[in-house]
Design a protein around this ligand. Structure first.
Ligand SMILES: Cc1cc2nc3c(=O)[nH]c(=O)nc-3n(C[C@H](O)[C@H](O)[C@H](O)COP(=O)(O)OP(=O)(O)OC[C@H]3O[C@@H](n4cnc5c(N)ncnc54)[C@H](O)[C@@H]3O)c2cc1C
Ligand code: SF4
Length: 820
């Protein structure tokens, strides 16, 4: 007869343990699982992706209802185990069901720690732990605007990013002076903060919360220093506590968590604990990798298979925020007896720190470039001695890069079969090798679909690829092109071709016809599709504001304090006393805290409240400067021959003509132009997307320059004689960029990718330039000033009313990865 196994908790650790037990000994137990949440087992880690709009609830189910049925498991969902009689060996649920057991497993996870602040029980104060919390945030964002996240750790930042994507204004309150202070050192924290600020996140660092205000519903948070921040929603992400209350009441030994030995045995015979609720050698864990390792050990024990026991886990963390690469593992702080190797590149925003103790790597922090994460993490776990050759870990034997001390392939060979490769989904090397050798997986995509490896945070992708190559041989691996996002395997060109050939005109239609895996799309594909559709069919495609980035939806740039910046169009950087007077009056009327000249010769009114935007635009009576858009930003000019004695051409007129012609154009990324009146180049035209430099008897046009993070000097595109030719070449060049670049690709990246000669060749024939210009003119004819449209349209203006977040925005479709 089968023995009875009852498990309390239907979460990631517990179900992973059951999966492994079934593999080892499928017939030994009659299994009953009690789960208080009304769902089958889902990937809690991916809640951040759901909130950010990158995955749907459906995507995160790990074991569907059929899995329980097919494996003969009785699942009691929506029921809570409320008492355990260890002598009688029974468990009773709140529904009055009593179950007898031979073996009992506690897999009750953790409960979020809620700060015991006065007012913490008000409506709108929640944690971020389960599907219910996620749904509450999504619902709240439909009717409210301001959110506070208390806690600047991994969970808090992921919650904040998700809420921004839901079009909420978010302030992150953190008690420490460094973000993610449990995972990052000061330098990485500083870089992370700067990056997140540029994405619209606002921080109140070293703030101690004192009181939550409001009657029934929260209205704000008051700090110990007396300052106050308004809020319609407060998310507490300040830590977790092992859920061990029932265990304690049942007579088990409990410290912080349920005390277990190396075989996950609790203090009473036949009772075990696994996951976040367990305390092993004085430690409790809050990440999944150790929980899967624990599950594997417990499965062996209950299946009657020998195991070496569980000996603790080296932890690693990866932040799941689009556009931010952060990784940390092991002991990364400087302590007596440790030495650190550091590489810091502020230009590219890259920071790497590797900490050694007695020649062995004990920890690492990576920011900006995390491509070394799998390799370094494996080296930490392998305990390899690098005495005397520490620098090779980052720079290779020659000190100048090249092959590092241990290649990924060496690491794969050295790994044991039961070592976990994908921490998020608990996938071991053996599982991957089996999928390759026995199930015929020959590509990363197939491995991902078959095993779920790399489907979580994606940090293990390089290691999974290395296992594939090592097992199969590089020549047998099918290189599957990456889709434009996780919703499709289709490349940008395939998607655009399909749009054109099938005459698709809405994002919904594209997703449906091209069989998107996620029918709602994600924050990567929605804005990209909206752009491609507008580029392909400017007349037929109606712009979809809900698919645009938050700044583009608001037609203003959100600042780190949650206010906005307003930049009116000033053609060629040339203004008039009347315009200046009007700007000054508006700045005074709306009490603009800062008026600043920008690098592109415009005037920036900073610190504007969202509800003041339409009124301000009306009073300014100037077109939008599109300082927030993937569009033509500015045409910078020097004074040219109008005033300068060196000038050979009228740079001001040329600049104004260019700006008037191409303003409002939707482009894959922002586009900056400049015109200099002579080769002295005072307008810095040779670091612009398109630069025009006057020479004797004509103009030189330069392409694909960039003055941003990755500085790139522009390349000469062509020399022309007349102003008309400048406009003609510019139009053709911009349209060719619009038609062939990936969404969010600057001209400097695009031209290098497709080849500078390809661009030149595409534009060299007059008839090709004419055709490109005909297409761009068609688009330009349709463009209207968005500020004017909002001023004149009551329905559009509603989205800017104070305390009304309803209207033009569909939060489900909010866009992540806001790029400056
Ligand atoms: C938003 C978010 C993002 C995260 N991101 C990461 C990440 O990037 N990387 C990482 O490694 N980890 C991450 N984590 C942590 C990870 O999800 C947890 O470590 C993991 O889910 C813990 O698994 P568990 O089975 O121990 O607990 P849980 O998954 O919490 O499962 C416990 C289950 O037991 C149920 N239960 C409790 N008491 C009872 C009872 N008396 N009766 C019946 N049922 C009961 C609970 O309702 C729950 O469903 C994240 C967590 C969250 C919330
Ligand atoms: S670029 Fe030439 S024309 Fe323009 S301001 Fe400088 S020196 Fe004068």
């Amino acid at each position: 007869m089968k023995k009875k196994l009852v498990m309390i908790g239907n979460g990631m650790a517990g179900v992973s343990f059951v999966e492994q037990l079934l593999k080892l000994n499928p017939n030994r137990y009659e299994i009953v699982i009690i789960g208080s949440e009304p769902h089958p087992n889902y990937n809690r880690i991916m809640l951040s992706s759901v909130l950010a709009g990158d995955a749907s609830m459906k995507d995160i189910i790990l074991n569907d209802w059929n899995w329980y049925r097919d494996n003969g498991i009785q699942l009691l969902t929506g029921q809570e185990a409320v008492s355990v009689d260890a002598e009688e060996r029974t468990v009773t649920t709140n529904a009055g069901v009593t179950l007898a057991y031979d073996e009992l497993v506690f897999a009750t996870g953790s409960v979020p720690f809620m700060l015991p602040l006065p007012g913490a029980d008000k409506e709108g104060v929640i944690a971020f732990r389960d599907i219910k919390d996620c749904e509450t945030m999504m619902e709240t964002s439909k009717n409210y605007r301001k959110a506070i996240v208390i806690g600047g750790g991994l969970l808090g930042l992921e919650a904040a990013r998700g809420l921004i994507n839901l079009n909420m204004e978010v302030a992150v309150v953190h008690i420490n002076k460094n973000l993610m202070n449990l995972q990052l050192d000061e330098t990485a924290s500083r870089m992370l903060k700067a990056e997140l600020e540029s994405q619209g996140m606002r921080f109140l660092m070293e703030h101690k919360s004192a009181r939550i205000t409001g009657k029934e519903r929260v209205t704000g948070l008051t700090f110990e220093d007396g300052t106050h921040e308004a809020a319609d929603l407060i998310v507490m992400a300040v830590g977790i506590r092992p859920n061990a209350r029932l265990a304690k009441e049942s007579g088990l030994e409990v410290n912080r968590g349920i005390v277990v030995d190396d075989h996950l045995q609790a203090s009473i015979p036949n009772i075990h604990a696994v996951g976040e609720c367990a305390e092993h050698r004085g430690l409790t864990y809050g990440l999944v990798a150790p929980l899967y390792e624990q599950g594997a050990v417990l499965a062996k024990k209950l299946a009657g298979v020998d195991s070496g026991g569980y000996h603790g886990t080296v932890l690693s963390t990866k932040l799941k925020v689009s556009g931010v690469n952060v990784f940390s593992a092991g002991r990364y702080t400087d302590e007596p007896g440790t030495k650190a190797l550091r590489v810091q590149d502020d230009l590219d925003g890259v920071y790497k720190k590797v900490v050694f103790e007695n020649g062995k790597i004990i920890g690492t922090v990576l920011f900006g470039d995390t491509s070394d994460s799998s390799r370094l993490f494996s080296l930490i776990r392998s305990g390899q001695d690098f005495t005397g050759k520490e620098k090779e870990v980052l720079f290779g034997p020659s000190g100048g890069g090249g092959s590092k001390t241990l290649s990924m392939e060496d690491l794969v060979t050295a790994m044991s079969g039961d070592e976990i490769v994908c921490g998020c989904n608990g996938v071991t090397k053996d599982t991957l090798v089996e999928a390759i050798t026995e199930k015929g997986c020959v590509s990363l995509g197939e491995l991902k679909a078959c095993t779920k490896a790399s489907a979580g945070c994606g940090g293990c992708k390089p290691l999974v690829e290395a296992i594939l190559t090592t097992t199969l041989g590089a020549d047998q691996v099918t290189k599957v092109k990456e889709g434009i996002c996780g919703c499709t395997t289709m490349s940008r060109d395939e998607v655009v071709n399909a749009i054109q050939q099938m005459r698709l005109t809405t994002t919904k239609e594209v997703m449906h016809v091209l069989e998107w895996h996620n029918p709602e799309g994600c924050s990567k594909c929605r804005p990209a599709l909206n752009y491609y559709l507008g580029m392909a069919f400017p007349e037929e495609h109606g712009d979809e504001p809900e698919s645009r980035f938050v700044n583009e939806r608001n037609h203003a740039n959100i600042q780190k304090d949650g206010t906005f910046s307003v930049v009116p169009r000033i053609y060629g950087g040339v203004t008039t006393p009347e315009d200046l007077k009007r700007i000054a009056i508006v700045a005074e009327k709306y009490q603009v805290p800062l008026v600043k000249f920008t690098g592109g010769q415009r005037i920036d009114l900073l610190g504007v409240k969202k509800e003041d935007l339409p009124g301000m635009w009306k009073d300014l009576d100037m077109p939008s400067g599109y300082a927030y858009g993937k569009s033509l930003r500015t045409v910078k000019t020097c004074v040219g021959n109008t005033f300068c004695r060196f000038g050979t051409q009228d740079a001001i007129k040329m600049g104004i003509d260019l700006e008037k012609k191409f303003e409002r154009l939707d482009t894959p990324h922002k586009v900056k132009l400049a015109v200099s009146g002579c080769p002295r180049n005072c307008a810095e035209a040779t670091i612009k997307d398109l630069g025009v430099v006057a020479i004797d008897g004509g103009w030189e046009l330069y392409m694909a320059g960039n003055g941003g993070t990755r500085v790139r000097a522009a390349d000469l595109l062509v020399k022309v004689k007349t102003e008309e030719e400048v406009l003609e070449w510019t139009g053709a060049y911009l349209q060719y960029y619009r038609e062939t670049a990936n969404y969010l690709e600057r001209t400097s990246e695009w031209a290098v990718r497709v080849g500078l000669d390809t661009v030149k060749k595409a534009l060299e024939k007059k008839e090709d330039r004419d055709a490109l210009n005909a297409r761009i003119d068609k688009t330009l004819d349709l463009m209207q000033d968005p500020w004017k449209q909002i001023i004149e349209n009551d329905d559009l203006r509603v989205a800017f009313d104070a305390l009304t977040a309803k209207g033009a925005v569909n939060p489900e479709a909010a866009a992540a990865n806001e790029s400056k």
